[in-house]
Design a protein around this ligand. Structure first.
Ligand SMILES: Nc1nc2c(c(=O)[nH]1)N[C@H]1C(S)=C(S)[C@@H](COP(=O)(O)O)O[C@H]1N2
Ligand SMILES: [Mo]
Length: 179
């Protein structure tokens, strides 16, 4: 009986199932990105294809559970491979002439559907979390499918990893937010 009630609840409310994505695009192929730009307050703006990313020092993550901002379990990313966001920023070299400039610097990751995720310089360079922010182009040894494009990003140290899982990553902009 308890089992029956549970089954009915599960059927009615989708309990125990990965929550349905809020806004799955009808045509993800149109959102696919094949390169990422590093722009803004940097000394050397970059425009990197997947082949370029493959030439940078590689970093991998094991299983990354995907937890939505709501707390819903959205599944997981398995064995992603890419480069650390920090390594990309080092290649571009953040322009920060003043002693206090870096602490007022944020990094805005933007996707081709307009989705944004934001990091502070302190998170990336002055906390363990920065080790696990990856711009990735491979999952389980294969290129990424259209559902997240050829290039994506994840911050696997986040408590809820959904918000800073950026599918179809297009650009990374370095911005100073205060004077
Ligand atoms: N570019 C882009 N990335 C995105 C989103 C989005 O709408 N656009 N949705 C986010 C949300 S809300 C979640 S929970 C995770 C997982 O979404 P998925 O299950 O649709 O892959 O991706 C995140 N990344
Ligand atoms: Mo989400």
């Amino acid at each position: 009986m308890r089992q029956l009630i549970f089954s009915l609840l599960t059927a009615a409310f989708g309990l125990g199932q990965p929550a349905l994505a809020e806004n799955k695009p009808a045509n993800p192929a149109a959102l696919v990105t094949t390169s990422v730009a590093v722009t803004g307050a940097v000394e050397h703006p970059l425009h990197l294809t997947v082949a370029d990313l493959r030439r940078l020092p590689a970093a991998q993550l094991g299983d990354v559970p995907l937890i939505c901002q709501s707390g819903a379990n959205m599944g997981k990313l398995e064995h992603v491979r890419g480069v650390r966001l920090r390594d990309l920023l080092d290649q571009a070299s953040i322009a920060a002439p003043g002693h206090h400039d870096l602490r007022k610097t944020i990094v805005v990751a933007k996707a081709s559907d307009g989705y944004l995720a934001i990091f502070s310089w302190n998170e990336l360079y002055n906390a363990p979390l920065g080790n696990d922010v990856l711009v990735y182009f491979e999952k389980e040894g294969k290129p990424l499918d259209d559902d997240e494009g050829r290039i994506a990003m994840v911050s696997s140290g986040d408590v809820r990893t959904g918000p800073r899982h950026v599918k179809w990553l297009q650009s990374v902009e370095v911005r100073r937010i205060a004077d």
